[in-house]
Design a binder for this molecule. Structure first.
Ligand SMILES: NC(=O)c1ccc[n+]([C@@H]2O[C@H](COP(=O)([O-])OP(=O)(O)OC[C@H]3O[C@@H](n4cnc5c(N)ncnc54)[C@H](OP(=O)(O)O)[C@@H]3O)[C@@H](O)[C@H]2O)c1
Length: 299
């Protein structure tokens, strides 16, 4: 492991298009389903140096995240301004009024004073056929709600998640605020270079989810892949760290989820760098079907 040289990704902030700072590495909370697990996650994460926490209204755990942070921030002599909270507008809350209401609900659930970044979780609306133009109408209204909250100073950053190039182009053509972040599935078994190129050109920072492939669904084939492990051995780091570095070295932020102390610590120890050849070899592992929900058919 390198002891000097490039800066530690775990301590790196990225400046978003609007000037707001966001940690390059955060921790995810999907499937954290009780207060005890959330407490362990937050305690381990703050101790290890994480400052970004990613949740969503559909995870049904915003209240536990907020409660754990309120209890634990003083233990680490941190205050609210030291951390970055992302939450998301769920697909059942698309539309202007529903989005404004959902934002207030998330704000109350978290009970941390403010939310740093609010993302539209998915371009499609619940109970609307994926082919229906109603999706586009509703998500445009949702974006107007986010723009209003942003212009009123109630949010520091607004963005999207699971948006394709088509969905992003729509926002850029019809609205004055461009999303600062697009959170998408991104790992060597699933990536979209056209989306990355588009985001780079438009100063939209990508944030990867499911960095370990299907691990959260019980499929560890990416973490166990011989090439990933060969690269890990070359650097004396773990397979998980290889996958996180692979995304970070492309300028893509990461939010790995873990409730295990050892994993939490490991996932933010990111001082090493893969060679460009190793990065390319990982790109060539071969694409597989997407693990999480797929937005490509959403009109
Ligand atoms: N916007 C969206 O639509 C969307 C979709 C999915 C996820 N997300 C967000 O992205 C976050 C990350 O995605 P994810 O939770 O689906 O998947 P992930 O972070 O790729 O994988 C999590 C899984 O990997 C295991 N793990 C973590 N660190 C490890 C390590 N160092 N070595 C071996 N195994 C390790 C965890 O188990 P242990 O807990 O046992 O360590 C857990 O089973 C979510 O929590 C959520 O906040 C967003």
């Amino acid at each position: 492991m390198a002891t000097s040289g490039p800066p530690d990704f775990g301590k790196t902030n990225i400046i978003l298009k609007n000037g707001y700072k966001i940690p390059a590495v955060g921790i995810g909370t999907y499937r954290v389903r009780n207060y005890e697990d959330m407490y362990m996650l937050v305690d381990g994460a703050l101790a290890a140096g994480y400052r970004l926490f990613d949740t969503a209204s559909v995870y049904n755990n915003e209240h536990w995240l907020g409660a754990a942070l309120r209890t634990l921030l003083p233990k680490y002599e941190l205050d609210r301004r030291d951390i970055f909270i992302t939450t998301k507008l769920g697909p059942s809350d698309h539309g202007k009024d529903a989005a404004l209401k959902a934002f207030t609900k998330s704000l109350n659930n978290l009970n941390l004073g403010y939310i740093d970044m609010y993302l539209i979780h998915f371009p499609g609306a619940s109970k609307v056929d994926s082919k229906s133009p109603k999706n586009a109408e509703l998500r445009a209204e949702s974006w107007k709600a986010l723009e209003e909250l942003y212009s009123e100073g109630k949010l520091n950053a607004i963005g999207v998640s699971n948006y394709t190039v088509k969905h992003l182009e729509e926002i850029i053509s019809n609205h004055s605020n461009v999303p600062v972040v697009n959170q998408v599935e991104w790992h060597p078994f699933y990536y979209q270079m056209d989306l990355l190129d588009f985001c780079r050109k438009n100063s939209i920072v990508m944030q990867a989810y499911c960095s370990f492939g299907g691990t959260s669904n019980g499929d560890s084939s990416l973490l166990e892949h011989p090439l990933v492990n060969c690269i890990a051995n070359n650097h004396s780091i773990s397979a998980a760290q290889v996958l996180l570095l692979w995304a970070l070295q492309q300028g893509i932020m990461v939010i790995p989820k873990s409730t295990k102390s050892e994993h939490i610590h490991q996932n933010i120890q990111l001082q090493d760098r893969l060679s460009s050849n190793e990065i390319e070899l990982l790109f060539d592992l071969g694409l597989q079907p997407k693990i999480a929900w797929d937005p490509t058919s959403i009109k």
